[in-house]
Ligand binder design. Sequence first.
Ligand SMILES: C[S@@+](CC[C@H](N)C(=O)[O-])C[C@H]1O[C@@H](n2cnc3c(N)ncnc32)[C@H](O)[C@@H]1O
Length: 212
Amino acid sequence: MITNEFWLDRWKTGRIGFHQEGVNPKLIEFWPVLPKGSRILVPLCGKSNDMIWLAEQGYQVTGVELSSLAVIQFLGDNDLAFETHQEGDLKVHSVDGLPLRIVEGDYFQFNETDFDACYDRAAMIAMPDSKRKEYVTHTLDRLSSSACVLLVSLQYDGDKQGPPFSVNEDSVVSLWGSQIQKIASENLALTNPQYKEEGHNIFEESVWRIQP
Ligand SMILES: C[S@@+](CC[C@H](N)C(=O)[O-])C[C@H]1O[C@@H](n2cnc3c(N)ncnc32)[C@H](O)[C@@H]1O
């Protein structure tokens, strides 16, 4: 069962193999050019450096993350000064000198709307089957009607226990709607022997985009 406790424990025990040190190359390659000041939502953000890259492009970035440890590490590792205020059950950390906020708390309690775009890397695929539809619906409800989405998803063979969970192409389209299009994909098992060792012939990372 993937509960909030599961994730808090992953951070407490440092089992955060999903974290990438640099900026995700797929973000740099496939992020659409949007007007400066566009509001970007990064659900389940962890301590991803991708948020810094987006903020440096001139967007107003809001990451949402459950674990206070992830938030502390993100702010500390990047030497960011910040101010914090409480909004209901959520803590909002606003970074000095960068258009970036981290909202600490349960994403399903986060109710802001009218975001111009969403960047989902390892968020939808962190959700078990039973919560995935609720996650996508909650995310789409946060976006304006003409918003862009950049989604990095995974599909793999074998019987790996998620997260990350494998999500097939039909499910991506039925969850996000027919406007979503696959724009790139790479079978990581062809280049990284680790996946073959774990019993996968296919470990396909795909990039999807909704671009109205
Ligand atoms: C697989 S990690 C991905 C993190 C980040 N997107 C990245 O690319 O490194 C999933 C993250 O979602 C967070 N998370 C899980 N459930 C959440 C929830 N209900 N609300 C907010 N964050 C959540 C976890 O703590 C974890 O940091």
